[in-house]
Design a protein around this ligand. Structure first.
Ligand code: UT7
Length: 338
């Protein structure tokens, strides 16, 4: 049994904000942001757009690609949406605070009437967790064949725009893949999922959960926002990338020469460079598009996959290794035969 990606899509908000534009209202500058992160710009949603809007747009684009490329027999996006058995949205910035799941909103927007819907809330690792969950749900039930796996985040709504050490890092966006159960040995070959909850405080949004709920009369100088121990996350991330890559290769009896491209979570170009150095790999082995989009959290890997796919850089049979890390702290990797 295989779990092939038969379509990819992305949704990027049109509003592009450069480092120089941020520096007009924040004590920062283009040189610091570029040299410490590799980020040159980010795309941010307008006031009317929320997580489900981006998620649904990226999913429609993935469905449209499957139709255009003839990887399915259905002829319209609406027809194909009806064949989807699961809609899974990986996100930490869903439309609603507690319920309903954003995946339910997306399922309705797509007209995917025959699909179950659920969210995976696992910060920047959400997409890899959602991919493995999707493959698992397809494998345990003969009746399920297709799952839409979406990573979508609008963290611009949850950063403190006066805190230069976090707000410059993030951008908004969504990416989606249409996963199909097949009888080939291609697609998602193996995934690793991991966590170290002792680092939960290192990347956290404290307010609003059952530990510290909103109360009547609450007033905020700054709305509830993400707090981060950047150094600790940095160290965790470099280790997570290096160890996940090594474990996936060992488990599949592959060497790095068998891998066409590594697609890392795009949090900081320096994290990727440090991991490459640790593994004695050329940096070119890693795909980076952080310069344009910044850290789009759950969306960064599926956006990268779609960019690579549409530009023809992924050839059939290529081994692609995706690796993510984020709040939790969590990490995950997936080895895909394209
Ligand atoms: O998806 C996972 C999400 N998070 C991550 O992956 C983050 C992982 N961590 C990182 O990427 C890095 O730790 C950061 C990019 C967040 C920070 O880089 P750093 O090289 O660790 O900088 P730092 O926090 O040690 O700060 C160095 C200096 C400080 O000034 P002083 O105290 O040395 O005077 C900061 O105040 O840089 C200052 N600084 C800035 N200066 C200009 C911090 N942010 C900025 C900024 N512009 N935006």
């Amino acid at each position: 049994m295989g779990f092939e990606i038969i379509g990819t899509g992305r949704a990027i908000p049109p509003k592009r904000v450069t480092n120089d534009e941020l520096a007009k209202t924040l004590d920062t500058n283009d040189e610091w942001i570029r040299s410490h992160t590799g980020i040159e710009a980010r795309h941010l949603v307008d006031e009317r757009t929320s997580c489900s809007d981006l998620a649904a747009e990226s999913a429609r684009n993935a469905l449209a690609m499957a139709i255009e490329q003839g990887t399915c027999v259905e002829k319209t996006v609406e027809e194909l949406a009806l064949t989807v058995d699961m809609v899974i949205v990986g996100s930490s910035s869903g439309d609603y605070f507690c319920c309903p799941a954003t995946a339910c909103i997306v399922q309705d927007m797509l007209g995917a009437k025959n699909a179950g819907a659920m969210d995976i809330v696992n910060a920047c690792s959400s997409f890899i967790y959602a991919l493995e969950t999707g493959a698992g749900l397809l494998s345990v039930n003969k009746g399920r064949r297709r799952a839409l796996i979406i990573g979508a985040d609008v963290l611009s709504r949850f950063v403190d725009w006066s805190d230069r050490s976090t707000c410059v890092l993030f951008g908004d966006g969504a990416g989606a893949v249409l996963l199909e159960k097949t009888d080939t040995q291609s697609g998602v070959l193996r995934a690793i999922l991991g966590a170290d909850g002792s680092g939960a405080e290192d990347l956290i949004m404290r307010k609003g959960g059952s530990r510290d709920p909103f109360k009547k009369g609450d007033a905020f100088a700054v709305p509830p926002h993400i707090e981060m121990n950047g150094r600790a996350v940095y160290v965790f991330a470099v280790n997570a990338i290096a160890e996940t890559i090594t474990k996936l290769l060992d488990a599949e009896h592959l060497t790095i020469e068998d891998i066409a491209l590594i697609v890392p979570h795009q949090a900081n170009a320096r994290i990727v460079q440090a991991a490459a150095k640790r593994l004695a790999l050329p940096e070119e082995k890693f795909f980076l598009n952080i310069a344009e989009y910044a850290n789009t959290s759950s969306a960064s890997i599926p956006i990268a996959l779609d960019e690579l796919n549409r530009s023809g850089r992924l050839r059939k049979g290529d081994h692609i290794l995706c690796v993510a890390f984020g709040a939790g702290l969590t990490y995950g990797g997936a080895l895909i035969r394209w």
